[in-house]
Ligand binder design. Structure first.
Ligand SMILES: Nc1nc2c(c(=O)[nH]1)N=C(COP(=O)(O)OP(=O)(O)O)CN2
Ligand SMILES: Nc1ccc(C(=O)O)cc1
Length: 292
C-alpha cells in the first residue's frame, strides 16, 4: 500500500501556523460547548463547564491533538437549533480560555455555519473555520474566511438534497463549495474538504463514501474525516450505543488513512492517536511519529 498523493500538497501557512501535509495524519479533538451533543460528550452543563472543557482540551493536546474543534450547537439530526447569540455566548469565552492555556502551535477551529459566530470566534483566538454547510448556508461566511485569512473546512452536507450516486453527489457538492471559496478569493491552499459522514446520508451511503473516500483526492485538497462514534458504526455493530463505538471508529480512521485522509475529527484522542500512529507507520512509512 502507498499513497500516491502523500506529501503532494504544499504546506498550508497562515498567521503563526503551518501544516505540512502528507507526512502524518493530524488529530482534531472535539470539544462540544453544548448540553445536547449526540454522543454524550457535551460540556455545557453546570457552572464549571469552561474549566472542564479546558481540562479536556489540555488532555487532548498532551495526547497528540494538533487541532481542537469547538462547537456551540449540536448538528445531530433533530437537534434544537441555537441562535447566533446563544452560540457566541457558549463558544467565545471558551475559545478565549483555550487560547490562553494551549500551546501556540495548537489550532483552535470553530465549528459553525454562521458567519457572525465564526467572526467572533476568530476574534477570540480561533484560527480555522469548520463549516458543516461548505460556505452555503450563510452567504457572509466566505467573506469572513477571506477577511481573517484563515483556512476553512468545507463539509459536504446532503440534508435536503435528492441523491443519485452518493460519491458523485458529494463530489459535486464539494466542487461547488470550492468554487464558492475561490470566488470569494479564499486561497486554494486554505481549503480542506470533508465528505460529511452522517449529514443527510443513509448508513449504506456512509459505507459507500468510506469505501470510496480515495476518489475525493481528485479534488486536489487535504481531506478531513468525521466518523467518530457516529450512528452508522452503531448500526453496523448491531445497535451499539455511542459509548461502545470506539473500535468501529478505529476501523474508519485506519481505513480512511489508507485512502489518503489528512485529519481525523474524533472524541477519543488518546485511542485514535494510537490508531493514527500505527496507520501512518504502515501507510506513509512515518515512524517515529512527530506527535510522540
Ligand atoms: N467538518 C466536520 N464537522 C463536523 C462533523 C464532521 O463529520 N465533519 N460532524 C459533527 C458531528 O459530531 P459531534 O460530535 O460534534 O456531534 P453534535 O453535532 O451532536 O455536537 C459536527 N461537526
Ligand atoms: N451532527 C451529527 C451527529 C451525529 C451523526 C450520526 O451519528 O450519524 C450525524 C451528524
Amino acid at each position: 500500500m502507498s499513497l500516491s498523493t502523500g506529501g503532494s500538497f504544499p504546506p498550508t501557512q497562515w498567521a503563526d501556523h503551518m501544516i505540512v501535509w502528507g507526512k502524518q495524519t493530524y488529530v482534531m479533538g472535539i470539544i462540544n460547548a453544548t448540553p445536547d451533543s449526540f454522543s454524550g460528550d457535551g460540556l455545557q452543563t453546570g457552572d464549571d463547564w469552561i474549566e472542564r472543557a479546558v481540562a479536556r482540551a489540555e488532555h487532548f493536546v498532551v495526547e497528540g491533538a494538533r487541532f481542537i474543534d469547538v462547537g456551540g450547537e449540536s448538528t445531530r439530526p433533530n437537534a434544537a437549533t441555537v441562535t447566533a447569540e446563544q452560540e457566541i455566548e457558549r463558544v467565545v469565552p471558551l475559545i478565549r480560555a483555550l487560547r490562553a492555556c494551549l500551546p501556540a502551535d495548537v489550532i483552535i477551529s470553530i465549528d459553525t455555519y454562521k458567519a457572525e459566530v465564526a467572526a467572533r470566534a476568530l476574534d477570540a483566538g480561533a484560527s480555522l473555520i469548520n463549516d458543516i454547510w461548505g460556505l452555503k448556508h450563510d452567504p457572509a461566511m466566505a467573506e469572513v474566511a477571506h477577511k481573517y485569512s484563515v483556512p476553512v473546512v468545507l463539509m459536504a452536507n446532503m440534508r435536503g438534497y435528492h441523491k443519485h450516486d452518493i460519491v458523485s453527489d458529494v463530489t459535486r457538492f464539494l466542487s461547488a463549495a470550492i468554487e464558492r471559496a475561490l470566488a470569494a478569493s479564499i486561497p486554494w491552499e486554505h481549503i480542506i474538504i470533508d465528505p460529511g459522514i452522517g449529514f443527510g446520508v443513509t448508513p449504506e451511503e456512509n459505507l459507500t463514501l468510506l469505501r470510496r473516500l480515495g476518489e475525493l483526492r481528485l479534488l486536489g485538497r487535504p481531506i478531513l474525516l468525521g466518523t467518530s462514534r457516529k450512528s452508522t458504526i452503531g448500526k453496523v455493530l448491531g445497535g451499539l450505543p455511542p459509548e461502545e463505538r470506539l473500535e468501529g471508529t478505529a476501523a474508519t480512521v485506519a481505513l480512511g488513512i489508507a485512502q489518503g485522509v489528512d485529519i481525523v475529527r474524533v472524541h477519543d484522542v488518546r485511542e485514535m492517536m494510537r490508531v493514527v500512529k500505527m496507520s501512518d507507520a504502515i501507510i506513509r512509512g512515518t515512524f517515529p511519529h512527530s506527535e510522540a
